[in-house]
Design a protein around this ligand. Structure first.
Ligand code: C5P
Length: 218
């Protein structure tokens, strides 16, 4: 039997670049599953904060990862994470999670488990996956890689408009400078500056690129 290979569209970029909205809209348009890798890093962060673990204590975090059940499934064609049997969706953007998530995501054991979960989705579905290391590390073999950026001013304004307290410059600095799978532009990624574009505008540009690259579903 021929191997089934699913399509993976990788979308990376810094905080508040617009990639979540774009990835969700693109997945809906193509009928692909939308996978939000940041939600997994956030869920792990929420869980360890609940347990009183210091987000800078790598050894304690690694131990917790080994001892905690992390599950993933789909809800309405979107990824969903469970941690220790709980769905933490309502807490993923809490201020303490925003503050601690970059430190937690720098821990290699955390990255390993989230990468495994991302790849498990690719066993069964066509995907639009968003994050920081999707094109560079999680799915380096996919030909469909995008990097979405926006000016720091626009990104700060977007977060504020969402009513969130989120030190995006600090997160970006930690995410870009960590040793394990830092935020980078994959060499072959198509870069889109979303500063002056609507979500539909960015989706349109991605779809045009996908057509050029021979993706038949679009
Ligand atoms: O995408 P979002 O802003 O929700 O991601 C939250 C945090 O999770 C990021 O600041 C980063 O530290 C981490 N992350 C990561 N790798 C990914 C996705 C998110 O390190 N692929």
């Amino acid at each position: 039997m021929p191997a089934v290979s699913y399509r993976i569209i990788a979308i990376d970029g810094p905080a508040a670049s617009g990639k979540s909205s774009v990835a969700r809209a693109l997945a809906a348009r193509l009928g692909f599953v939308y996978v939000n890798s940041g939600a997994f890093y956030r869920a792990i962060t929420w869980s360890l904060l609940q347990r009183g673990i210091d987000p800078n204590d790598h050894a304690a975090i690694a131990q917790m990862i080994g001892a905690t059940q992390i599950g993933c499934d789909l809800k309405e064609n979107q990824s969903r994470v469970h941690i220790g049997g709980v769905d933490p969706v309502d807490h993923l953007r809490d201020d303490p999670v925003n503050r601690a998530v970059s430190a937690v995501s720098a821990v290699p054991e955390v990255r390993k488990i989230v990468t495994e979960k991302m790849r498990s989705y690719a066993q069964l579905h066509n995907l639009v996956v968003e994050g920081r290391d999707i094109g560079s590390v999680v799915f380096p073999e996919t030909p469909f890689k995008f990097y979405i950026d926006a000016s720091p001013e626009v990104r700060t304004r977007r977060r504020a408009a969402e009513g969130q307290r989120d030190e995006i410059a600090t997160r970006d600095r930690v995410d870009s400078s960590r040793r394990a799978s830092p935020l980078v532009r994959a060499a072959e990624a198509h870069v889109i500056d979303s500063s002056n574009l609507t979500i539909d505008g960015v989706v349109g540009e991605i779809v045009a690129q996908l057509k050029r690259k021979g993706l038949h579903e679009v």
